[in-house]
Write a protein that binds this ligand. Structure first.
Ligand code: PLP
Length: 392
């Protein structure tokens, strides 16, 4: 029998923490006829996109766009700045940090891991201690994930920067902002980030398929010395072609149409309002989880993510069976537990193109699912979320 199930009537609720719901205006933009990527109209599109993307990341440095998933932008950040055998300091803050470290190791870099329990944000003091102990400057980069999509913990990149400055260490700061950019404050220049890695399918409200590197002058300098092999990911040909509004290869034209429309939406709503909306939806979601008496995976209130909430089931509960039930009964997709949390947690994405009623429906679906699955919980999560939305 085919595993494909015909959809129920009505809409699907895509509440995984990315890819996120793509707004109607972006979908329409994606459906435009493809144009010549060497035409004047295309060059104008590129320039306008790059200029506005810089504003989203708060940078006056170049922003580079790859036709790629986020993992490609991880690789691009490493191969442009580092050389074989270089040491990279990374924090084991969750599944995505672990994957990025694995990419580094496959590229012949040596990763110094700061251990973590996947339930807290990054501790800047530990970074300072490690860097202070590296008197000869063998560590060439600190690579951290801003918002761990696998755990729902967000870290303070400004504090990581300050820790590096206190240690007076010259390492580059590489930051994965894949599930934070466009949804919460992110300040590439002010935080002294050397390479920001981002992707299209989260706060930027596009389908998967575009990924970004945002550079600093220091990163560009490092790229001139770095000797890891690179071709497709090489920043220089891209920077050169981008000056004229073009790419050194065939770009993902229609995704760029979509990005153009998504940037319009971001600036029409206003970044500050968008950040406040995400924080408010996260608070309402946590109010529901607390009312159910379930455990938030993130143990540090200061590190609660504004873009997703990871929820632990009571011992013996099967989070993937619950997710399956929610999909089959209610057309609701929630994020699965990743890595060591597979089957133990589910993740609610509340980022991107999202509003109060979408959140209310999501929380309703989960509460019905908890009842149907016989998972021990207190009733009242829906009421708590609605109260929070009305009050906040
Ligand atoms: N980093 C983070 C924080 C992510 O959430 C993801 C994907 O969800 C990735 C990296 C990997 O990105 P991709 O799956 O687009 O390659």
């Amino acid at each position: 029998m085919s595993t494909f199930e015909a959809p129920l009537s009505g809409r699907h609720f895509l509440q995984i923490p990315g890819p996120t719901n793509v707004p109607e205006r972006v979908l329409q933009a994606l459906a435009q006829p493809t144009i010549d990527h060497r035409s004047a109209a295309f060059a104008e599109l590129t320039r306008s996109i790059l200029e506005r993307l810089g504003k989203v990341c708060k940078t006056s440095s170049p922003v580079l766009i790859y036709p790629s998933s986020g993992s490609g932008a991880w690789e691009a950040a490493l191969v442009n700045t580092l050389s074989p055998g270089d040491r990279v300091l990374m924090c084991a803050s969750g599944h995505f940090a672990t994957l990025w470290g694995a990419v580094a190791e496959r590229l012949a870099l040596r990763v110094d891991w700061i251990p973590g329990d996947w339930r807290h944000g990054i501790d800047p003091d530990t970074i300072e201690t490690h860097l202070a102990a590296d008197g000869e400057g063998a560590i060439k980069a600190v690579a951290v994930v801003h918002n761990e999509t696998s755990t729902g913990c967000i870290s303070r990149i400004d504090q990581v920067r300050r820790a590096m400055d206190r240690a007076a260490h010259p390492a580059l700061l590489l930051v994965d902002a894949i599930s934070s950019l466009g949804s919460t404050a992110y300040d590439h220049d002010a935080w002294g980030v050397d390479v920001t890695v981002a992707a299209s399918q989260k706060g930027l409200m596009l389908p998967p398929g575009l990924a970004f590197n945002i550079l600093s002058e220091k990163a560009r300098g490092a790229a001139r010395q770095a000797t890891l092999p690179r071709s497709y990911w090489d920043w220089e040909p891209l920077l050169e072609a981008n000056k004229r509004g073009f790419f050194p290869y065939t770009p993902a034209t229609n995704l760029l149409f979509g990005l153009d429309a998504a940037l319009d939406l971001l600036f029409e709503e206003g970044l500050e309002k968008i950040f406040a909306r995400h924080a408010r939806h996260a608070r309402a979601t946590r109010a529901a989880v607390e009312a159910w008496g379930l455990e938030l995976l993130c143990l540090d209130p200061a590190a609660h993510s504004p873009t997703l909430t990871a929820v632990a089931l009571p011992a013996g509960g099967d989070a993937d069976a619950l997710r399956q039930l929610l999909l089959q009964r209610f057309e609701l997709s929630l994020g699965t537990g990743l890595g060591k949390f597979q089957g133990k947690i589910f993740r609610i994405g509340h980022l991107g193109g999202f509003n109060d009623l979408m959140l209310a429906a999501t929380i309703c679906g989960i509460e019905m699912g908890l009842r149907l699955a016989g998972i021990a919980h207190n009733p009242g999560g829906v009421g708590a979320a609605l109260d929070a939305l009305v009050r906040d």
